[in-house]
Design a protein around this ligand. Structure first.
Ligand code: GAL
Length: 808
């Protein structure tokens, strides 16, 4: 048959199948966004569970929501420095909603992706349960308390008052998404599927699916279960079905096997995703439909050769991330996550360590879609505390359930390739660590044997480390001490090893101290001391590290040479709120990021890009606005070239080439205003040019969007980077002007930030001071189908700037 006709027939068949599903799916599972129309108030309101409670003075809002980020920084805050001096406390959420009469025969559940913390959920005055862990996803069945066809009241108490309870910023509230799910009494259980691909070759992959079906009805049911594998174009490629019987109020486990011919493999460059749609039919009526992501890939950790994906050796080039979204606080938003991951992908990152707790569904989904290898991490503390009121208090009662739920929720994500049961856990120095490690590893193995169990260990006298001693780890994770890596193959013969955490260098975007050579440590341990700057900045030359860590260059030079080392996770991809080492108040966010809190890359971003990608890179810094005659160090990160020549106002300052294992080149230059230009060449041919001009008089507010249009869905975000430029468009690198924002039309301002770690202005203000020339404004759709206008104004003499964002 002619190829075109065949293609057309396939498309028509696919459309018919879709149409068939659409008509039948009327009866299948209904998933509703449950984020809208909540009321909220800080404080404790136990009577809010009553239906006649008057909440007229409560604030109306849309979830996800974090009340900590809305508060003021307070030096005496109970949350302390580690959590960024922001408030916590107690708050209540409440929502009145109707449930259709015709859901009477359904099972209705509410799903929370994460509530920080100690939540208690009430429906029509009945407590559904408590959940201390602020990072875990959980759900409750509501059916038996609901008024079908009538008004219902859901109330959620959130108690984050016992402080301090974390080593980083947590946020407070229902900070992730909430859904209402109505399914037939006969349905696939929550997290009720588990897919694995036990054998993969070029010709075929065997796919193994376990499905747990629940019958909440009082009668026995006979049903057909049909699972189809759909390719990335939503075309079914194979399916399997069987007919089953299930008793009343029972669950049944069914295994389904498939053969996938000529599978397209998932990898970090082409993260090809299939999905499995499991449908349940009673007689011929579709009663439930449930989706499971499927990525076909295999990987291996080897004690000598490190990591390989689909048989290809590669290094895990990872970063650690905390869960906050900068100015949005802990509020989860898929667009914020996509922006973070896009920046990291462009840098060459291929892996994320979910430090040190379960992250959101959106994060997991995007790692699958965008091709990141995930180290999924459950805990930062076990039974022994790190901070007065942290998870150790809940350990005995909850760790088993939390760990099981975490694995069940995440085990279908092809991106997940390691389960970390803990970060620098105190029990590593205590013999109780042996039994706990074995217990946790066993819990993980009972739910998934396809990924190694790891834990991020502190390397000091590791042979005496009890987590290691347990013998229950499949993969040893080491944090820091890069100087010792070379001895690991002899010290840990036959062990698989990854640098679970490395670097912890300190930098402030756009701030430069001279001279730029030599490495300083904070606090002093060895080498020169970093004494700090009066304005709480740290130079962006990769020069200052915490004493337990390394500079970015020191670490990467070491890792790249060690074949046995599966890879590295840099602490951290982005600055995060809290843990502002090396400074006390007013510093309130971390200095460790390769990218600042506002999402603006620091210079070292380009070192990684030059090493971790193959695209041509030439990045020179610092800016070119100094005092006449000042001695300035100029650094360049480059790749794909033999040499770089630097010119000042057309005069060559010499050619340089990286020697040995250098990762940058540098020049000492006496400053004169004008143009600093670098040219990289390979075999005499120009590869790239990069130039920085001395900026003149401020002339305009420059507004740049990360995307030109926004969806009118109440969620979509546009990030605007704001700077002041001269008449030729050159950035004023020292500008610190206050910029006022006004947003009209289909959007609202939801956050501002300039990435300065000691900025105590509110992230929720309608203005922001530029820091080292830049800041950002985050605009969110307000649901109106109107184009958005952002007006930015500043001091006299600089005209108002207006930016239009189209709504689509
Ligand atoms: C590590 C720890 C991280 C972070 C980091 C800062 O030891 O695992 O959570 O605190 O230090 O350097």
């Amino acid at each position: 048959m002619n190829k075109n006709i065949l293609q057309k027939i396939t498309i028509i068949l696919a459309l018919l199948l879709l149409a068939a599903c659409a008509t039948k799916s009327k009866n299948a599972r209904i998933i509703e966004d449950f984020n809208k129309d909540w009321n909220f108030k800080i404080g404790d309101y136990p009577t809010a569970i009553q239906s006649d409670f008057n909440s007229s003075d409560w604030r109306a809002l849309q979830l996800p929501h974090d009340w900590s980020i809305e508060g003021a920084f307070d030096k005496d805050s109970k949350t302390k420095q580690a959590q960024g001096f922001l408030p916590a406390g107690m708050g209540w959420y409440r929502k009145t909603f109707t449930i259709p009469q015709d859901w009477k025969n359904k099972t209705v559940a509410v799903e929370f992706d994460g509530v920080f913390k100690n939540s208690e959920v009430f429906i029509n005055r009945h407590s559904l349960g408590i959940r201390p862990n602020g990072y875990i996803s959980f759900s409750y069945e509501l059916s038996k308390y609901l008024k079908f066809g009538g008004q219902n009241v859901i109330a959620v108490k959130v108690d984050n008052s016992a402080q301090p309870n974390s080593r980083w910023y947590t946020g407070s509230g229902i900070y992730r998404n909430v859904r209402l799910v109505a399914s037939d009494k006969l349905h696939v259980a929550e997290w009720g599927t588990f897919v694995t691909t036990p054998e993969i070759s070029k010709e075929k992959a065997s796919v193994h699916l376990e499905v747990e079906v629940k019958n909440a009805a009082e009668t026995e049911k006979e049903f057909k279960i049909v699972s189809s594998i759909l390719n990335q174009n939503n075309v079914e490629v194979t399916q399997t079905e069987s007919t089953e019987k299930i008793s009343p109020n029972a669950t049944l486990k069914k295994t389904q096997n498939f053969t996938l011919k000529n599978p397209i493999l998932w990898d970090t460059e082409n993260p090809y995703l299939y999905k499995i749609v499991t449908r349940i039919y009673e007689k011929s009526t579709l009663v439930d439909s449930y989706e499971t992501p499927l990525g076909v890939r295999y990987f291996n950790f080897d004690a000598e050769k490190g990591f390989s994906l689909n048989g290809k050796p590669m290094k895990i080039l990872g970063v650690c991330l905390h869960h906050d979204n900068g100015a949005l606080g802990a509020v989860e938003n898929i667009h914020a996550v996509r922006r973070k991951l896009t920046l990291l992908k462009e840098m060459g990152t291929n892996a994320i360590r979910m430090s040190h707790n379960p992250h959101s569904l959106e994060m997991m989904q995007l790692c699958d879609e965008m091709g990141f290898i995930v180290q999924d991490e459950a805990f930062d503390v076990w039974k022994k505390k790190k901070v007065t009121n942290d998870y150790h208090k809940d350990w005995d009662a909850w760790h088993k359930k939390d760990l099981e739920d975490f694995i069940k929720r995440d085990r279908n994500h092809p991106s997940v390739m390691m389960w970390s049961i803990g970060n620098e856990i105190r029990e590593q120095f205590d013999s109780t660590g042996i039994a706990i490690t074995r217990e946790l590893a066993q819990i993980v193995k009972s739910l998934d044997t396809t990924r190694p169990v790891t834990s991020a260990l502190t390397e000091n006298v590791i042979e005496k480390n009890f987590i290691y001693q347990s013998g229950a780890l499949d993969l040893l994770g080491f944090n820091y001490k890069h100087e010792d890596y070379k001895d690991f193959p002899t010290r840990f013969k036959g062990q698989k090893i990854i640098a679970s955490e490395s670097v912890s260098a300190l930098e402030t975007r756009g701030h430069y101290d001279f001279p730029a050579d030599g490495v300083k440590a904070w606090p002093t341990k060895y080498g020169a001391a970093f004494d700090g700057n009066a304005d709480w900045t740290v130079s962006a030359f990769d020069q200052v590290k915490s004493y337990w860590g390394a500079t970015h260059e020191e670490n990467w030079k070491t890792i790249k040479k060690q074949d046995f080392m599966a890879g590295t996770f840099i602490w951290t991809g982005f600055d995060y709120i809290g843990e502002p080492d090396p400074y006390p108040y007013p510093a309130r966010s971390s200095y460790f990021g390769i990218i600042d809190l506002a999402g603006l890359p620091k210079d070292v971003y380009y070192m990684y890009q030059s090493e971790w990608t193959t695209k041509p890179v030439l990045h020179i810094f610092p800016h070119w606005n100094w005092k006449e005659g000042q001695e300035v160090d100029v650094w360049a990160y480059y790749n794909n070239a033999d040499e770089v020549e630097l010119f000042l106002n057309g005069k060559s300052l010499g050619k340089k080439t990286k020697q040995n294992d250098d990762l940058h080149i540098s020049w000492h230059v006496k400053f004169e205003p004008g143009t600093l230009k670098a040219i990289s060449r390979k075999d005499g041919k120009v590869v790239l040019e990069a130039a920085i001009n001395t900026a003149g008089v401020a002339s305009k507010i420059d507004l740049k969007v990360d995307k030109p249009t926004i969806k009118n869905d109440n969620y979509d975000l546009v990030y605007v980077t704001v700077s002041i430029v001269d008449k030729d468009g050159n950035l004023l690198p020292n500008a610190n002007d206050l910029i006022n924002f006004e947003v009209s039309g289909g959007g609202k301002l939801v956050g501002v930030d300039n990435g300065y770690q000691a900025n105590l202005d509110s992230f929720k203000a309608s203005s922001c001071k530029l820091f080292n020339g830049k800041c950002i404004a985050i605009i969110q759709s307000n649901g109106k189908k109107e184009n958005i206008q952002l007006k930015a104004t500043t001091r006299n003499g600089i005209p108002v700037s207006v930016l239009d964002v189209k709504v689509n």
